[in-house]
Design a protein around this ligand. Structure first.
Ligand code: UN1
Length: 510
């Protein structure tokens, strides 16, 4: 099945590497026998080819998971955690290798890729710690000689569907809490980033995780992902990705009464008040807006600025953008890598045209950067629009690329109203020196994450990650909140009175 590629203009052909499924502790071809190429978005190189799995592969994976989970749930949580500590150590040992892979297949600059692997390392250690906490509650019973408590029990088999933009970090946010709490997993990563997924599974394998507990099913959302949602023995779907797909998952899962935990993007804003440290705000806007080429759910795609400092901010931002270097993220001097694929590049360009048609003023960028590297990558110039009206499409819809829209406001109340007037609610930020404004913002910005004097990106793994409104469905990744996703509460009553005691009836509180 290998496809041939030419190397260095010689006639040498090499068999491309195949990224396969991992089911019940074995690497397996997909039952369809089909593969599609994996492309380096910085230069168009083919990195290998990824399996296209179907419902039959998902079914095999689920069977393995069901079997493995039966034993795993009985392993004491501190013992389960030992595997996670090992995973953390192995991630650390392989940090550079994993980061290089992420940069090759996803395009983010190497420093950010290292940061992303660090996020997974942190999560492994944090969730391993949960093995010795996983607190429930004890409460007094209303009856004599009766004991009451709540304990966490695993949900069962968890299906996780993860995106390409944080291919190891987001997979770690979902897989590690699911495992430490006693679940088994079927994992479908994005077909754009199968290589780091394979490496992550190999780390789980090397850590000695029992067979069948983590099953990797490579492939596409419409086929493998949909089969996971349909499978009766998958009890929960943990998904991060687009709003459109999350909505479909939720509709179908709703009909099947399957649990879901969904994280579906943002339209995040940085508020810059007239008393802000402007230099800091500018640096933060550049980092949050153009870091990861704007392809973070938390990326700042709106800047809501007090009219008194608008012009100054614009001038400084344009100046800062000029110094950004686009290129292959392996080069340590590059600031902005490519977009993930051609489709993403076209989507960003379409939005830029929509912005122009809507009457926004283009301050810089606005074009495909076709001349970067060998000209075969998916680069887009960092783009800033100003005079954007809050109701324009570029101010409302998630673009997921290096495009920032500046919206001018008269005061904090208007800034908060504009911030909240979008369907998403992931992250927001305010730059101000006024403590009263800070506390008002903390209370009124309607997002799951609020930053004060820092940009919209950079969530830490021990806090809850997720958002309000159409960003999610009320759940959170990471932090202790993730345990609520991957466990059910069980209320336990122990009556040691040896008599029939009727709650609400045989009490002294009648
Ligand atoms: C994402 O884009 O979905 O807070 C994850 C951040 C990173 C994670 C982003 N720690 O920007």
């Amino acid at each position: 099945m290998g496809i041939s590629i030419e190397k260095n203009e010689t006639t040498e052909t090499v068999k491309t590497k195949k990224f396969m499924n991992y089911i019940d502790g074995e690497w397996k071809e997909p039952s369809s026998g089909k593969y599609i190429p994996v492309i380096n978005p910085a230069n168009g190189d083919i990195l290998g080819e990824v399996a296209q799995s179907s419902a039959a592969d998902v079914d095999q994976a689920v069977r393995a998971a069901v079997k493995a989970q039966k034993k795993w749930r009985l392993v004491p949580a501190p013992e389960r955690a030992e595997y996670l500590f090992t995973v953390g150590r192995l991630l650390k040992k392989n940090k550079e290798k994993l980061a290089q892979i992420i940069t090759s297949e996803m395009g983010k600059v190497i420093e950010e890729a290292r940061g992303e692997v660090q996020e997974a390392i942190d999560m492994a250690h944090y969730m391993a710690g949960e093995g010795r906490r996983m607190f429930g509650e004890t409460m007094p019973s209303e009856l004599r000689n009766k004991f009451a408590m709540s304990i966490r029990v695993p949900v069962g088999v968890v299906g996780i569907i993860t995106p390409w933009n944080f291919p190891i970090a987001i997979a770690s946010w979902k897989s590690l809490p699911a495992l430490v709490t006693g679940n088994a997993l079927v994992w479908k990563p994005s077909p754009d980033t199968p290589i780091v997924a394979e490496e992550f599974v190999k780390i789980y394998e090397e850590a000695g995780l029992p067979e069948g507990l983590i099953n990797l099913v490579q492939g596409s959302g419409p086929e493998a992902g949909a089969a996971m949602v349909e499978h009766p023995d998958i009890d929960l779907i943990g998904f991060t990705g687009s709003n459109a797909v999350g909505r479909k998952i939720n509709e179908r899962a709703g009909a099947l009464l399957k649990r879901t935990s969904l994280e579906m993007g943002g339209k995040n804003a940085i508020l810059v008040m007239d008393d802000a440290n402007l230099d800091l705000a500018i640096e933060s806007i550049i980092w949050s807006g153009f870091g990861t080429t704007g392809q973070r759910c938390t990326a700042a795609s709106r800047v809501i600025v007090h009219e008194a400092v608008k012009q100054h901010l614009e001038e400084k931002l344009v100046e800062a953008v000029r110094s950004l270097r686009l290129g292959d993220g392996h080069d340590e001097t590059v600031d902005v890598g490519p977009l993930i694929n051609k489709k993403a590049l076209e989507k960003v360009d379409q939005y830029v045209h929509i912005g122009i048609d809507e009457g926004a003023t283009l301050l810089c960028g606005g074009k495909v950067a076709g001349k970067v590297g060998n000209g075969k990558g998916f680069f887009y110039e960092p783009t800033i629009f100003t005079d954007v009206q809050p109701d324009m499409a570029i101010a409302k819809e998630e673009i997921f690329g290096p495009v920032i829209s500046i919206i001018s406001v008269k005061d904090l109340d208007e800034a908060i109203a504009v911030n909240n007037d979008v369907s998403f609610g992931l992250s927001s930020s305010i730059f101000t020196a006024d403590v009263n404004r800070v506390f008002q913002a903390m209370r009124d910005l309607d997002t799951g994450i609020v930053y004060i004097n820092a940009g919209t990106t950079g969530a830490e793994i021990h806090l809850p990650f997720g958002g309000t409104k159409e960003t999610g469905n009320g759940h959170r990744d990471s932090g202790v909140a993730a345990l609520d996703v991957y466990t059910e509460w069980r209320a336990v009553y122990v009556d040691y009175s040896n008599t029939l005691q009727r709650a609400q009836i045989d009490t002294n509180t009648k």
